[in-house]
Design a binder for this molecule. Structure first.
Ligand SMILES: [Zn+2]
Length: 706
């Protein structure tokens, strides 16, 4: 079991029937709800005489005390399940008992993790933190429990009491691999070393991350006088460089900022090197060739070798295309400054942003007025109805159910099979809320022993400005992309109908987990979809077709350059995690990767990777973005490019890709849906290259029409 997933008990909030009345406003109930200023009285705050419940409808969470009870009950139930798994009188298969155990732990740990991060009240945060610590301690204990490990291992190797399906066998194997990744199969000394190395890697990773975004001070006279004013001057005469200055139109200022910000840092190099070494040793000890081989077990890519084939395939075909983009940027650079030198690393973000802002001369502020949050939600609803026959319905929460009055509760209902689950939309920024867009599983879907289905519950967290009295929240093109992306995660959870909660919805390999969300970005960038989604919040007017075309084309400017940046980051991550032996000198390794995967030269004296904090969190899995994009692109072309609202394709994709969660190996899931040939690493790379070419043509067509 992995800590950090949860399942809460069934909410007492009655499963209300559909909210009636689509006719109140011409925009529909979702648009009306999401565009209104949140009102605590109408949205779940206590009213006189109204029945009260607790968070997420869990009665005992009406006060923070509830967490202490939940924790105690969880520990008690977990030990009963451990006894059952180890008993020779057991009547259930070990995997089924394990899933119950995982459910017990996750329902408290995941809920507590969310509350710890997002609840505005200190008492709740503290109680949740206490529960998090207690449950992760228990999980750690269970990860080294030889009794349950032996029972599981025997059942995987010799078969279990009751007949097993492919899914049963796959899930049992996943549980077993989780154990073996922690070295449980090793002798006592080895097990202890694994724990130590894990701790060490964790601590080093935290220290490395903490220094990744630190500003750097240099003496003012280190900078040429004409650019000193671009940087804040300290009292002691030093200037502080806190980022790349990618918005600065001055070539020299960008160059100086880049070279100072990314200059080498001995302490950081040391921390990184030590972290990579601990990870490498840990993987070796557990029987893997490298940390990358360990991290990619059960992934879509399957092995670092496949990942490398994929990345190399991209690099080979990308450089000639990037050259075209760079030529264009070089001309832009010369126009600003005829004496400018050749294009360099610090120019790319600046000219990319410039091109996006100016190529089609779109007034983005005006355009945002056509994309209010309510209109976007209504558009998503229409899309899901067409694709899956599934509707988003605004629910009235019970008093006490929400942690903040501006949270919306949606139920997801299928025309054929009724309620599928709940999405709590925590969309608006507030003090002390984490500044990231993310999807939390609060309760995973699974088949219960009595044959009923435990519906999933998730929270989507965004940081949008709240609606005002006069105007709703308006979305920029990139915020609209984010909303579509996150809703892709939520629907992956809602549409999963897995037997086990261990593999519900997004609980699958990192690279596959990003596929459904990335696919949603293809919908958000398609003119036929945006033509239906937009509507002015005041006048109800639609954008002209040509504006929608240009808006979609804007997202595709310099697509090959953007792809190359992601390719470079992915290759750096692989070079550090998937080579045996590890590279001695990380700066030299970075230079090697740059010359192989990037078209621009490595700026002497710089060390980009020392600020690449994703090396810690993703560790060998940063490529997931690109691979998910490649697979999503193939799915888009296969199923939706012809008609983004095609119901038969939507239902096929649901049944073959989304319904399984992680219950089927992700590479099989994708190859069964798309066909074996499409999912080979080289073919996936080829698909992304085709897409880059199609995007370039779309930009050219839109420019010609301007
Ligand atoms: Zn995502």
């Amino acid at each position: 079991m992995r800590a950090g997933r949860l399942l809460a008990s069934l909410p007492k909030a009655s499963f209300r029937t559909l909210t009636p009345g689509r006719s109140v406003t011409s925009l529909g109930p979702l648009a009306a709800a999401f565009n209104a200023k949140p009102n605590g009285l109408s949205n779940g705050l206590a009213q006189w005489g109204q029945e009260k419940t607790g968070l997420f409808g869990i009665e005992e969470l009406s006060t923070s005390e509830g967490f202490y009870h939940m924790k105690a009950k969880c520990i008690e139930n977990a030990s009963a399940l451990v006894r059952e798994a180890c008993s020779d009188q057991r009547t259930r298969n070990v995997a089924v008992i394990f899933d119950d155990l995982s459910d017990e732990l996750c329902r408290v740990a995941d809920l507590a993790e969310f509350v710890r991060l997002a609840h505005p009240e200190q008492a709740m945060q503290e109680a949740a933190t206490d529960a998090c610590i207690a449950i992760s301690g228990l999980v750690e204990e269970l990860n080294t429990h030889l009794g349950i490990y032996t029972a599981l291992k025997n059942s995987v190797e010799k078969g279990d009491l009751r007949p097993e399906t492919e899914v049963d066998k796959h899930v049992a194997k996943l549980f077993l691999q989780d154990f073996q990744q922690c070295g449980i199969h090793l002798p006592e000394l080895g097990r202890r070393q694994v724990v130590e190395l894990n701790d060490q890697a964790l601590r080093l990773g935290q220290s490395f991350s903490a220094r990744c975004h630190a500003a750097r001070a240099v003496k003012a006279d280190f900078l040429p006088p004409q650019i000193r004013s671009f940087f804040p001057l300290e009292r002691d005469g030093s200037v502080v460089v806190s980022g790349q200055h990618i918005d600065s139109p001055d070539d020299l200022a960008r160059e100086a900022a880049y070279k100072i910000y990314y200059s080498r840092d001995g302490e950081q190099e040391h921390l990184l090197r030590e972290m990579l070494t601990s990870r490498h040793q840990l993987a070796k000890l557990c029987g893997y060739k490298t940390f990358g081989h360990r991290a990619l077990t059960n992934s879509l890519a399957q092995t670092p070798e496949n990942t490398e084939l994929f990345l190399k395939g991209l690099a080979d075909q990308l450089s000639s295309r990037v050259a075209g983009d760079h030529e264009h940027m070089q001309q832009m650079k010369k126009r600003v400054n005829p004496m400018a030198g050749p294009l360099a690393m610090w120019d790319v973000p600046y000219f990319s942003a410039q091109a996006r802002a100016t190529m089609f001369q779109l007034d983005l502020e005006k355009i945002c007025e056509y994309f209010s949050l309510g209109v976007a939600m209504e558009g998503l609803n229409e899309l899901f109805q067409s694709l899956y026959g599934v509707e988003l319905v605004v629910e009235k929460p019970q008093a006490g159910e929400l942690w903040s009055e501006d949270v919306f509760k949606l139920s997801v209902r299928s025309q054929s099979s009724g309620l599928l689950g709940f999405i709590y939309c925590d969309f608006f920024a507030r003090a002390s809320k984490p500044h990231q867009d993310c999807h939390f599983t609060i309760r995973g879907g699974r088949e219960r022993a009595d044959g009923s289905y435990q519906d999933p519950i998730v929270v989507l967290m965004l940081n949008l400005p709240s609606p005002g009295w006069r105007s709703p929240t308006l979305l920029s093109p990139s915020t609209l992309d984010n909303l579509f992306h996150e809703m892709g995660h939520a629907m992956h959870s809602m549409l999963g109908r897995t037997k086990y909660q261990h593999v519900t919805g997004t609980r699958c390999s990192t690279d596959f987990a990003e596929v459904p969300s990335t696919l949603m970005e293809y919908f958000a960038a398609d003119p036929r979809v945006l033509a239906r989604v937009n509507r002015h919040y005041k006048t109800g007017e639609k954008l002209p077709e040509s504006t929608v075309q240009m808006l979609c084309a804007t997202k595709k400017i310099f697509a090959s350059t953007e792809l190359q940046a992601q390719l470079f980051y992915s290759a750096v991550d692989q070079a550090f995690h998937s080579r045996d032996p590890l590279p001695e000198d990380t700066v030299a390794a970075l230079q090697g990767v740059q010359s192989e995967y990037h078209t621009l030269p490595h700026p002497h004296g710089t060390a980009y990777h020392l600020r690449f904090s994703h090396l810690v969190g993703y560790g060998a899995r940063y490529y997931s973005y690109l691979m998910a994009r490649a697979v999503a692109s193939a799915i888009w072309q296969h199923g939706f490019q012809q008609d983004p609202y095609c119901g038969s394709q939507g239902r096929k994709y649901w049944a073959e890709c989304l319904a399984h969660g992680g219950g089927k190996p992700s590479h099989l899931l994708v190859s069964d849906y798309l066909g074996q040939a499409v999912t080979q690493p080289a073919a996936l790379a080829g698909g992304l290259i085709q897409e880059v070419d199609a995007k370039r043509m779309e930009v050219e067509r839109a420019s010609a029409r301007r």
